[in-house]
Ligand binder design. Structure first.
Ligand code: F3S
Length: 387
């Protein structure tokens, strides 16, 4: 793999041991995946931030590093809201360990915005090269924005943040971004909600695995695209998808003229995913809520009181920029938490069944929280939480 003069100096250890180790990691990754060079990145998003997932081993590894990020880098959601962990019922020992993880990342110059929706906080543009690691963020960046990132592991994203570059292979190269299978959705899309697109993604992820799907027959908005991509990344390994006439690369290229395998998806296949089971709590914001999602929730909860715990997750930046909307949601007794989510917080493990409006959460809650998961529309979730 070609390295420039500066890269070679880093690899030789002239810029410190941590940078040398990080460059070794990037070079090793590049060799495995056949990269010819490194590419400068605009930002990084680093997973492996919840103590629930990285544990003591991950914390000790972080503590051995000593360098600063050279591009803007944020964290994935952690196991608790940093400002309100006691209110959420987080155990003191867990909080202490989680704070140690956060402090380790802060020492490395990673910004303490812990979110899977970094694109709401920091401008990310078409064609930008990134090193992001949370799968829904990767999917959104590639598909909805038209930026370029592979689905990095936590250490790979951190190495890229500390070096400012990532190996140029996979989805960084235009020839690897073309569709590989057509998903022909046969339904009346005006009836579709965020949850329906989540359920579609839940279903299609299983069908396509790691291929790049090209959707026809749907007309999702940005929040619906976010839900679709997040779910496909959870049940499959989809890091990029296109939607005819909607996503930027599908608008730019004539993908519909390429002859590919076509898989029809009927409305009843999606409807079958919506099963009614009793739940003990409701959790929204997977991926973290947009300002629009918070506004809709505030309207739906207006004048109501929750009778079951209703958790809402969003980034601190989005919460801070929408204080009155958040206050109006919390008037109902619901809680809007930053930094964490229903999958990476240990608090959700106390429930035996959780209702969500997300295909990704539907896929992950059973294994990560040990709870049954039910998907419903945002309206249905509010109705169940306030019934
Ligand atoms: Fe984000 Fe957690 Fe869902 S990281 S995509 S809210 S599982």
């Amino acid at each position: 793999m070609y390295l420039d003069f500066e890269d070679e100096k880093i690899l030789a250890g002239e810029k410190g041991e941590t940078r040398q180790r990080m460059m070794e990691l990037l070079v090793a990754l590049g060799k495995v995946f056949g990269a010819e060079r490194l590419v400068p990145i605009r930002s990084a998003q680093v997973s492996g931030a919840s103590y629930k997932t990285i544990g003591e081993y991950g914390l000790s590894w972080l503590s051995t590093l000593d360098a600063k990020a050279v591009v803007p880098a944020v964290l994935n959601p952690i196991g608790m809201p940093r400002r309100r962990w006691q209110e959420m019922g987080i155990d003191t020992d867990f909080a202490r360990n989680q704070e140690a993880v956060v402090a380790a990342y802060e020492r490395l110059g990673v910004l303490l915005e812990c979110t899977c929706t970094p694109y709401y906080l920091r401008e990310t543009s078409y064609g930008d090269h990134l090193a992001w690691s949370e799968s829904s963020a990767v999917s959104y960046a590639n598909s909805v924005i038209g930026a370029r990132t592979n689905r990095e592991g936590g250490p790979g994203a951190l190495a890229a943040a500390l070096i400012g570059k990532t190996p140029c292979y996979g989805l960084h190269l235009p020839e690897n971004r073309v569709p590989q299978v057509v998903i022909e959705v046969k339904t009346k899309e005006e009836e579709w909600s965020i949850a329906t697109f989540g359920a579609l993604g839940y279903h299609v992820g299983k069908l396509v695995g790691n291929r790049i799907p090209f959707f026809t027959g749907i007309c999702p908005d940005h929040d619906q695209l976010k839900a679709l991509g997040a779910a496909m990344a959870a049940t499959g390994a989809v890091a990029l998808y296109h939607v005819e006439g909607i996503t930027p690369e599908a608008r730019k290229h004539r993908f519909s003229e390429v002859v590919l395998e076509s898989i029809p998806v009927e409305a009843q296949e999606i409807a079958g995913i919506f099963r009614e089971i009793p739940v003990e709590a409701v959790a929204l914001g997977c991926p973290h809520c947009s300002p629009e999602e918070l506004s809709i929730l505030a309207q739906l909860l207006s004048g109501k009181q929750v009778t079951k715990p209703l958790y809402v997750f969003a980034s601190q930046g989005v919460i801070d920029a929408n204080r009155s909307v958040v206050a109006s949601i919390e008037k109902s007794g619901a809680r809007v938490y930053a930094d964490t989510c229903m999958v990476v917080s240990p608090v959700m493990e106390q429930y035996s069944a959780i209702m969500v409006n997300s295909g990704k959460a539907l896929a992950y809650v059973p294994d990560m929280c040990g709870a049954l998961a039910r998907i419903g529309t945002t309206e249905q979730c509010v109705s169940v939480a306030t019934e």
